[in-house]
Design a protein around this ligand. Structure first.
Ligand SMILES: [Zn+2]
Length: 450
């Protein structure tokens, strides 16, 4: 088994990877792998709810120039990570006190690692590639919606992809944030006066996912444009809408579809609902015919309008994300998360790739103009902004991992989660820093799985 001299290795790696090695003093033989932060920044804490923190972010987007805590250079680029994780597996089991939130984080992190071979360089580097001189582990207290607080740790100085389709870690974080906004908007509006519409098209095996989902978007664009739509909205009291695009896969291939929440003046009566359904069926069929062609025109099941119950619309908008291993599949169609889990374990790789190619660039959620302002949500943030948003918030520094140490351990599965768990579960900062150093050293020794 390869057992390097870690002090010497760290020194050499740090010097080699550090343009300012001579001035930062990190090239000395005694340079530690992990440092307690020199400049504690204890600040007041206020954060979004627990949903928004389901997953701890790791670092930030490559476009961000993160200053080194040591005042070192910025935007240090390293080559795209193409190493197989199997070569570097690190066995460090979850701590016994794992909460549901930590379990979900482990699941998302493991899935992201398993999907790296199939991702674009940006997605493959998410949570691994360093974009700052060093990597900081920080933590913040988050208020629970049910009362009390919990510690939430995350990394600063690592690239994030911000892909809501391809990256389980970013997707969980983005969807949690969007779900909070949607719930807030519905509550502000009044849940009774919100209705949900689902729109699908006829589809078949072999259909190109990108072409069909773009065709559905164009069909919807046609639906909500023009005088007939304005008259329909006036008649039913539709003031605003939010549109989400989702996709599942089944025996008939890819099934991209739309879910729309209508924000109404008042709750629809049964008669109004029936009337709306009849009008929408006819109009949707005509729009699909124009945008995609007759082969895609759906039958009467292509349109479904009903009152929006919270659990229902959150599920339909795919904000209900759980480990597919513990979730029963709905019908025979599989969700992207289920396909992802299958791809990560060696099956369905081609299917996962075709899903990624088909959905890349699609906008998950679209708000009608003026709705966000009306309910007091303010401007919508991009996915890339959401995954690094908390880096702008005050946080307690726990430890700084040197560039050399991070670059040596970043391929090893499970290490990142363990570091965050240590930071969250060890109350005393100095002790947490020591334990993090121990985990880093352990990871450096574990080149071969036990
Ligand atoms: Zn990501």
């Amino acid at each position: 088994m390869f057992r390097p001299d870690f002090g010497a290795e760290a020194c050499e790696l740090t010097t080699r990877g550090t343009p300012l090695g001579a001035t930062t003093g990190r090239s000395q033989a005694s340079a530690p792998l992990v440092e307690a932060p020199a400049r504690p920044r204890f600040l007041s804490l206020e954060q979004a709810g627990e949903l928004a923190a389901l997953v701890c972010p790791q670092g930030c987007t490559p476009t961000k120039s993160a200053l080194s805590p040591a005042g070192g250079p910025v935007a240090l680029l390293s080559p795209t990570d193409t190493a197989s994780w199997e070569d570097h597996e690190f066995s460090n089991p979850p701590r016994p006190m794992s909460s549901e939130r930590r379990k979900r984080r482990r699941f998302a992190y493991e899935l992201r690692d398993g999907l790296r071979p199939f991702g674009t360089p940006r997605v493959a580097g998410c949570g691994r590639k360093r974009i700052a001189f060093e990597v900081e582990v920080v933590r913040t207290k988050v208020k629970r919606q049910a009362g009390g607080t919990y510690q939430h740790a995350y990394f600063v100085g690592i690239s994030r992809c911000g892909s809501v389709w391809e990256c389980p870690v970013c997707a969980l974080q983005i969807r949690a944030e969007r779900a909070e906004e949607l719930k807030y908007a519905v509550e502000q509006w009044g849940a009774d006066a919100v209705a949900m519409l689902s729109l699908t098209v006829r589809h078949g095996l072999g259909d190109d996912l990108r072409a069909v989902r773009q065709g559905i978007s164009h069909s919807f664009g046609r639906l909500i444009n023009g005088a007939p739509w304005k008259r329909f909205c006036r008649k039913l009291g539709i003031q605003h809408h939010v549109r989400a695009i989702e996709v599942t896969h089944g025996a008939n291939g890819w099934h991209p579809h739309l879910h729309i929440l209508f924000f109404l003046e008042t709750k629809l009566t049964d008669e109004e609902q029936a009337e709306a359904s009849a009008w929408l069926q006819k109009r949707w069929a005509a729009c699909v015919q124009r945008a995609l062609g007759g082969a895609f025109v759906p039958n009467e099941h292509g349109v479904d309008i009903r009152s929006a119950k919270r659990a229902d619309y959150l599920a339909k908008f795919s904000f209900e994300l759980t480990d597919p291993g513990t979730k029963k599949a709905r019908g025979k169609n599989r969700t992207p998360l289920q396909i992802a889990a299958s791809a990560a374990s060696g099956n369905d790789e081609a299917l996962w790739r075709s899903y990624c190619e088909g959905m890349r660039g699609a906008k998950m959620l679209t708000w009608s103009r003026g709705l966000r302002e009306f309910v007091g949500l303010g401007a919508e943030r991009e996915n890339e902004e959401l995954v690094i948003a908390e880096e702008a918030e005050p946080a307690e520094p726990v430890a700084i991992i040197t560039s050399a140490a991070w670059d040596a351990i970043r391929h090893r599965r499970g290490v990142a989660c363990t570091l965050l768990e240590v930071a969250e579960l060890t109350p005393k900062q100095s002790q947490a820093a020591e334990e993090i150093e121990a985990v880093v050293r352990g990871a450096l020794r574990s080149r071969v799985p036990p």
